[in-house]
Design a protein. Structure first.
Length: 319
């Protein structure tokens, strides 16, 4: 898992963006080192050292989470206060929150403890895995923010003004058409925003799209990862765009989920329709994310009636 964290950071984050991330990585590397050294040796105390290092990594990760929320270092906050603040702000996604609370319950060691600590190989391994899982999800959130900032800085005033003039012809009566036009323009700009060869991850794309829309269509309100209740369960919507009290739901899919030239979209349409029913939103876009180097997008309109309510879904996909 540490290899995956390092890969994501090296591919998607500038070295000066959240530099504290590297402190967390160093702590995790040392925790893994102690764990490896202790295996098969008589120096079993190193398993305890591994857990202590995992604690340092967890505390450093909390500091990065605080900066993610507040935009500043947690200068005078104790670790316990960080726990409480972040928990109260409810910033973590569900799985991230579960990992967060599990670590607090099972592995967090109070600094003031006087107890003699001993941890086994299995306990040390679980501590490292729990912190790594928590940090991996946090890194993805940080990458989304970095992508958002990159898209905003790339567009600039001149390009944003040209985009605004181009979509103005749709007017407020054709909100869905205007959103689809913006997705086309986003696809064209993405080739220049993102220069690396491999395709960005979905959370990166959401960051790019959010930044693009904020500059190109500042009159829109854009919300990502919006939580909704569906019966006794809940889920998160990729993106909701609001303008003049009208809402459009955007569900993103990676383009490699498209099988050949025939679009296997039945499950995606059913999923999106369920979200629309749960939220009362009547128009949405199923957006298959553009492929780098391919700027042309095609569209397909799907109209359906669900429980007496008309739903309109625009499928937007790379050609």
């Amino acid at each position: 898992m540490l290899f995956e964290i390092k890969r994501k950071v090296s591919e998607a984050l500038p070295a000066d963006f959240f530099p504290g991330i590297y402190n967390v990585i160093n702590h995790l590397q040392m925790a893994e080192h102690y764990w490896q050294e202790a295996k098969g040796s008589i120096e079993e105390y190193l398993f305890t050292d591994a857990v202590l290092r995992a604690n340092h990594a967890f505390e450093a990760a909390l500091g990065e989470a605080y900066k993610l929320v507040c935009g500043k270092d947690p200068e005078d906050l104790t670790v316990k206060e960080l726990y409480q603040y972040l928990d109260e702000q409810n910033i973590f996604k569900d799985k991230e929150a579960q990992t967060f609370h599990r670590y607090l319950e099972d592995w967090e060691i109070p600094a003031e403890t006087d107890e003699q600590l001993f941890f086994s190989e299995q306990e040390a391994m679980l501590a490292i895995l729990n912190v790594s899982a928590f940090f991996l999800i946090l890194v993805e959130q940080i990458i989304e923010i970095a992508s958002y900032e990159k898209a905003k800085s790339f567009l600039g005033w001149d390009r944003a003004e040209r985009i605004h003039q181009e979509i103005e012809r749709y007017g407020d009566k054709f909100f869905l058409d205007k959103v689809v036009a913006l997705l086309r323009l986003f696809s064209a700009d993405l080739f220049y925003i993102e220069e690396r060869e491999n395709a960005p991850a979905e959370y990166e794309m959401l960051g790019y799209l959010r930044g693009f829309l904020e500059v190109a269509a500042p009159e829109f309100s854009v919300e990502i990862e919006k939580r909704i209740e569906i019966g006794v369960a809940h889920t998160h919507l990729d993106m909701v765009i609001t303008h003049n009290e009208e809402m459009i739901l955007i569900e993103t899919k990676r383009s490699n989920q498209i099988k050949g030239s025939i679009f296997d979209i039945d499950n995606a349409i059913s999923q999106l329709s369920g979200y629309m029913t749960a939220t009362g939103i009547k128009k949405s876009v199923l957006f298959y994310l553009p492929i780098l180097g391919s700027t042309d997008l095609a569209t397909r309109e799907i109209d359906m009636e669900v429980d007496g309510v008309q739903q309109q879904i625009m499928v937007v996909y790379p050609q």
